[in-house]
Ligand binder design. Structure first.
Ligand SMILES: Nc1ncnc2c1ncn2[C@@H]1O[C@H](COP(=O)(O)OP(=O)(O)OP(=O)(O)O)[C@@H](O)[C@H]1O
Ligand SMILES: [Mg+2]
Length: 471
């Protein structure tokens, strides 16, 4: 380690937004960064030299991750912990704790803590609100809470790939079987799943979406399956999303971000339809259609071991792939028109179209962010377009730069080759017609459905020999 780094390490550790504690083998705090002090509502000076359980009175030898690591010498990674800090405020953190080992002796432990108190509060609030909305629904009422907003008509696309996708999706809408949608980011996976739900017999029941990448494992588990009071610090009686989505659809986005342990629990629930709230002994039967999305090839995710193979087979009973935008360029024109209309309304504009050079550029750009990127490009450009035409100067800066480097002459070359192809096609059709009519120009013109003079002109243009020229 160079000395500049060594000298500044404390300053560096003080500016990061994670709590860092280092304790010695007897549990005495020897280092405590500024963020940890903020989490615990205590001055670093007050904490140094004191035992960890003095600072965290709600923890015990058994529940403190740091003391467990000192005892076992084994790391504990990404462990969610809810405790009361020095001032009695309830905090939830996700901790990774590793032993500090010298030779074979455990000299102490280092713990890095991420504060998820607010994230947890908000996530649970969302679940409570969803449950609240559901409570008011009597069986005869249609459900108006967690809605899927989009229909098949909202999915713009006339390319062969999109027409096939929509047809397949409509065909499976009424089934209860799980669906896995695979597609790059921004291709419209969520949109498609909304449309499927709205075309299904479950349309009047909830459509609940949960991103599996957004939350730490234990919190996601509580949110999906629910909790019972007292099962862990701060736990309340709370239904999980499976219960809330009963009768409807549960959409698990970025399924490969879910931990493998939780994937195993999910598999069990899907197999028998019985959910057990965290800390509960009894199970509740639910009827939920599980739909999932993934933005890498699911077989690759299985190979990378981020998706369990048994869960993959169970979830991809129906599997749909949304192609990237660069593979369906025929849709670009219609998407542009659609977004211009949408943002004319939203932004009170009167844009009519985009300039032909921008459209040409859009047709050739690779769109790594797919339809979402195209939509934002148009929204951004329309914000600064004053007249009726979106010009290249209105494009978002990063796209404008690529536009300026775009080789329009390549496009000209392609157009030239199109001319050549048409020329060859015309010439070969004329040759075939003349051969069939044994060189009789009048009959060949009738066959080709063009005036005799036109054919005569074309023959001389292409210097095709008629008569006994060997057709
Ligand atoms: N075919 C389409 N027609 C109209 N709008 C579309 C289409 N595809 C995508 N969009 C729009 O693009 C945006 C992104 O779509 P969506 O959220 O469904 O993508 P996604 O595949 O779920 O992306 P991510 O993997 O990043 O979550 C949304 O605003 C959606 O309405
Ligand atoms: Mg999505």
């Amino acid at each position: 380690m160079n000395s500049l780094f060594k000298e500044n390490i404390e300053d560096i550790l003080d500016i990061i937004e994670e709590g860092i504690h280092i304790v010695d083998s007897s549990g005495i705090i020897v280092y405590y960064n500024r963020f940890a002090a903020k989490l615990d509502s205590i001055n670093p000076e007050e904490a140094l030299g004191r035992h960890i359980l003095e600072i965290y009175p709600s923890l015990t030898e058994e529940t403190s991750t740091i003391l467990r690591v000192i005892k076992t010498g084994k790391p504990i990674l990404n462990y969610e912990q809810t405790f009361k800090n020095y001032k009695g405020i309830q905090i939830t953190t996700v901790n990774s704790t590793i032993p500090i080992i010298s030779g074979k002796r455990v000299m102490g432990a280092l713990e890095v803590s991420r504060d998820i108190t607010e994230v947890k509060k908000l996530s649970l609030k969302v679940v409570d609100l969803q449950a609240e909305l559901m409570k008011d629904v009597r069986p005869e009422q249609s459900y108006d809470g967690n809605k899927a907003f989009f229909n098949f008509a909202d999915i713009i696309g006339i390319s062969e790939e999109m027409l096939k996708l929509k047809k397949d999706a409509m065909a499976v809408a009424s089934s209860p079987s799980p669906i896995m949608v695979y597609g790059e980011t921004g291709t419209g996976k969520e949109l498609l799943l909304h449309a499927i739900h709205n075309a299904s017999p479950r349309r009047d029941k909830p459509f609940i979406a949960q991103n599996c990448a957004a939350l730490p494992e234990t919190l996601l588990e509580s949110i999906l399956f629910g909790t019972v009071k007292g099962s862990f610090t701060g736990a309340e009686n709370r239904p999980g999303l499976f219960e809330i989505a009963n009768g409807g659809t549960l959409f698990l986005d970025e399924i490969n971000s879910m931990s493998l342990q939780l994937q195993a629990k999910l598999l069990r629930v899907i197999q028998d339809g019985n959910v057990r709230r965290v800390g509960d002994t009894k199970t509740i039967h639910v009827d939920v259609r599980i739909v999932t999305a993934i933005n890498i090839d699911p077989r690759q995710a299985v190979m990378d071991k981020t998706l369990r193979d048994d869960l993959f087979f169970r979830l991809s009973v129906i599997s749909l792939k949304v192609p990237p935008l660069r593979e369906r360029k025929g849709d670009i024109h219609f998407l542009i028109e659609h977004f211009i209309k949408k943002y004319n309304k939203k932004l009170h504009k009167n844009v009519k179209y985009i300039s032909s050079s921008v459209e040409q550029f859009f047709l050739n750009y690779a769109w790594p962010g797919n339809v979402r990127e195209l939509e934002h490009a148009i929204e951004g450009a329309m914000n600064i377009t004053e007249g009726e035409i979106i010009e290249s100067k209105c494009l978002p800066h990063y796209l404008g730069e690529i536009f300026n480097k775009f080789d329009f002459t390549k496009e000209d070359r392609e157009i030239k080759s199109l001319k050549e192809a048409l020329y060859n096609l015309e010439r070969s059709l004329i040759e075939k017609a003349l051969k069939k009519c044994e060189g009789n120009v009048t009959k060949a013109a009738e066959l080709l459905d063009i005036p005799r003079q036109t054919l005569q002109y074309k023959i001389s243009k292409y210097i095709i020999k008629t008569g006994n020229a060997g057709f």
